[in-house]
Design a protein around this ligand. Structure first.
Ligand code: AMP
Ligand code: MG
Length: 341
């Protein structure tokens, strides 16, 4: 199929372009759209035909549910079958629109294809003018997983979507690079215990400022526990070369890296380490505590590594505080090996 490119300036949104994109959505087709987390592959959440197309284009396992994107509370209420209690309303007020997916008991309008037969559905309000304009224009909730081929690093630029999905989807809205650069944090609010099912663009520390009882789901603490978020069990974000995750404090990492040859290896690390070493292929993700900056550039460099003349990749761990926990999660999932120092 021919993939139509729809360029849109997010600071001056062209209504005709939004109308064109919404026509594809109403024709049960998939449209890649920018969001603040990563680019999403959007389709009408009420249409099984459209949802099927998302799974086919991505090669996504059918037991991996989709996040549904809404633009207001009225749309949210159509998707869920539980009251919005004070705890949930406070979280929505603090973090919506934004990189927080809330998992609710699903309404009968949400098909089993979207929820992968789970009794729950993940919902988010994206903090992006184009995504919100598209949902408003279509007047339907948009199911949208990351717009990459399953298993590959998530797309943070329109060109990444083009590389993965050209010829497989109806249209791509081309806009700026995604600001957050990593997927949303998934928080289960379908029972009394509010638990994080997937780490993402919002840290547990920030969530706890609003609701101090939020915890990590057991599966995020103990690898032997089956994850409640099905996507967690798959290999993700992987570049095509073998990648090793080096876990340890900065001094130990530096000591170790000084002992090995970096001639054919891409080292992805922080200023504090890269500045002390020499090698032909070294990329810094900024200073060791600038987690937001690192997340913003991470998936792009993982994709670029496919075209570099290196045989392997080394990445160094971050501290577990704040969004450092999300960085470590993505780096571990993208890696084939791990060295603990
Ligand atoms: P992606 O949009 O590609 O970031 O994938 C969506 C992620 O959200 C997957 O890893 C899912 O496992 C998770 N997710 C979506 N809906 C639910 C749900 N109802 N319960 C648990 N996890 C969910
Ligand atoms: Mg994904």
């Amino acid at each position: 199929m021919e993939t139509i490119i729809i360029p849109i300036n997010q600071n001056n949104i062209d209504n005709e372009a939004i109308v064109l994109a919404s026509q594809f959505i109403h024709a049960h087709q998939c449209v890649a759209m920018p969001t603040e987390t990563v680019y999403g592959l959007a389709a009408n959440a009420w249409s099984d035909e459209a949802i099927q197309r998302i799974f086919e284009a991505k090669g996504r396992p059918s037991d991996n549910p989709l996040i549904v994107h809404v633009c207001d509370q009225e749309m949210l209420l159509k998707c869920i079958d539980q009251p919005l209690n004070d705890r949930i309303l406070k979280l929505m007020e603090a973090f919506w629109p934004g990189p927080l997916t809330l998992v609710f008991k699903k309404s009968s309008l949400i098909s089993d294809l979207v929820s992968a037969s789970l009794p729950t559905v993940g919902i988010r309000m994206p903090d992006h003018p184009i995504a919100l304009a598209l949902i408003k224009a279509t007047q339907v909730p948009l199911a949208a997983p990351s717009a990459n081929v399953s298993g590959r690093p998530s797309p943070t630029k329109g060109s990444h979507v083009l590389d993965d999905l050209q010829g497989k989807i109806a249209a791509i809205i081309m806009a700026d690079q995604s600001q957050v650069g990593v997927e949303s944090t998934v928080l289960d609010v379908s029972s009394q215990t509010f638990a994080i099912l997937r780490k993402g663009g919002l840290s547990i520390e920030r969530l706890r400022e609003v609701d101090s009882e939020i915890i990590y789901d057991d599966a995020l603490i103990d690898v032997n526990v089956t994850p409640k978020s099905p996507g967690q069990k798959y290999k993700h974000y992987a570049p095509s070369k073998p990648m090793t995750f080096i876990e340890g404090n900065l001094l130990k990492q530096l000591e170790y890296l000084k002992t090995i040859s970096l001639e054919h290896t891409l080292l992805i690390s922080v200023d504090e380490i890269i500045n002390e070493l020499s090698g032909p292929y070294m990329v810094t993700l900024g200073t060791k505590d600038d987690f937001e900056f690192a997340l913003n550039g991470l998936f792009d460099i993982l994709r670029q590594s496919d075209n570099m003349p290196v045989t392997s990749i080394l990445v160094t761990s971050y501290s577990e505080k704040g969004l450092g926990a999300t960085l470590n999660d993505r780096l571990k999932k993208a890696s084939t090996e791990k060295i603990i120092l």
